[in-house]
Ligand binder design. Structure first.
Ligand code: NAD
Length: 328
């Protein structure tokens, strides 16, 4: 069993949820994060509050593009596995600052791979994304489908990350699993993502903006299922493999809004705008490979997940307060 892990992006949504779960299971974690300004530092500090109470959790603040910082991280902590989650996330902002996205997501990933080589660390899990499928016509999306046509710099950066992981597996025999996450939601969800923005608008009686005609769909996947999938990958990582981690039950945008209205007991004020550049029509994961290779089987229904999310959101608002938790 893997005992010691480095998690990059440990203060983020997925990284902090994974850290809590691994610590609960008795593992030792070094979390790395630079508190990137994409969203508020206070949210990320709150994310790692629980982990910081554990004597098995160490945290180092710094940037994965900073070689000296990484040398310091790896000099006194030898992990069995690295879970590389740190990235500039989000499709739309990657159109505004593509160079920064490529710098962090590609050069940052090379830095981590080089550190592995230098320190003889053999195993890594890489956070890839359903966005690599672009406007794939065939559904559900399978790991065998062609992903040569990304439609945003973010998607291109994730595809580049996968290619680098393959290269380091080929050249240096590193064991790497690339996990393509499909729109992850649940407590601590990033504030730039639709569910967070819609709930915030709904509870504040503000307008919800829908891009397109409302029929676009996403394969929303609950955070606990994603954490279970990553944990299984940590235990099994061998060779180079790509796995979809999704729910395999896409939900249309208008159905999402209806469910949020029902769950919150409120009516939404909706404004429709055209689809935005970089956005894809739908995502839909074929999870048969993850089922056989990782024993992955999503357990949380969308209805339950949304209920849990609303509960968390209301508690978080009353704790942290402030109108600035949602970024636009
Ligand atoms: N949330 C999703 O729906 C989703 C879907 C597909 C893929 N992913 C991928 O999963 C990973 C985690 O996503 P998330 O939703 O938790 O995002 P997040 O933004 O909450 O977490 C990413 C963390 O990385 C940190 N980070 C950014 N740049 C850094 C740098 N240069 N050095 C060190 N740390 C840095 C940020 O401060 C942040 O805490 C990302 O790689 C993302 O691309 C997420």
């Amino acid at each position: 069993m893997s005992k010691r892990l480095i998690i990059t992006g440990a203060a983020g949504f997925i990284g902090s949820s994974l850290s809590d779960s691994l610590l609960k299971n008795g593992l030792t974690v070094l979390g790395i994060d630079n508190f990137d300004t994409f969203y508020h530092r206070s949210i990320k500090e709150r994310n790692i509050e629980t982990a910081l109470k554990s004597s098995s959790f160490k945290f180092m603040e710094g940037d994965i593009r900073d070689q000296d910082f990484l040398d310091r991280c790896f000099s006194d902590f030898r992990p069995d596995v690295i879970v590389h989650l740190a990235a500039k996330a989000g499709v739309r902002p990657s159109l505004i600052d593509p160079k920064l996205y490529l710098d962090v997501n590609v050069m940052g990933t090379i830095n981590i791979l080089e550190m592995m080589k230098k320190n003889n660390i053999r195993k890594m899990i890489f956070a890839s994304s359903s966005s690599v499928y672009g406007n794939n016509r065939k559904i559900p999306f399978s790991e065998n489908d062609c992903v040569d046509y990304p439609v945003s710099p973010y998607a291109a950066s994730k595809k580049a990350g996968e290619l680098l992981c393959h290269t380091y597996n080929h050249l240096f025999n590193l064991d790497i699993f690339c996990l393509r996450f499909f729109t992850v939601y649940g407590p601590r969800q990033r504030p730039d993502l639709a569910i967070h923005k819609f709930v915030n608008a709904l509870l504040n009686d503000e307008v919800i903006t829908l891009y397109g005609d409302g029929t676009s769909s996403r394969d929303y996947t609950y955070i606990d299922d994603i954490v279970r999938g990553i944990s299984a990958a940590i235990e099994r990582v061998k060779g180079y493999q790509i796995f979809n981690l999704g729910n395999s039950r896409p939900v249309e945008l208008t159905s999402l809004v209806k469910l949020l209205e029902q769950s919150a007991g409120r009516s939404a004020h909706i404004k429709y705008l055209p689809m935005q550049d970089g956005d894809v029509e739908r995502t839909f994961a074929d999870i048969s490979k993850a089922a056989s290779g990782l024993g992955f089987n999503p357990e949380i229904s969308f209805e339950t997940g949304i209920k849990n999310y609303l509960k968390w959101f209301k508690e978080m608002k009353s704790d942290v307060g402030g109108p600035d938790l949602t970024i636009e």
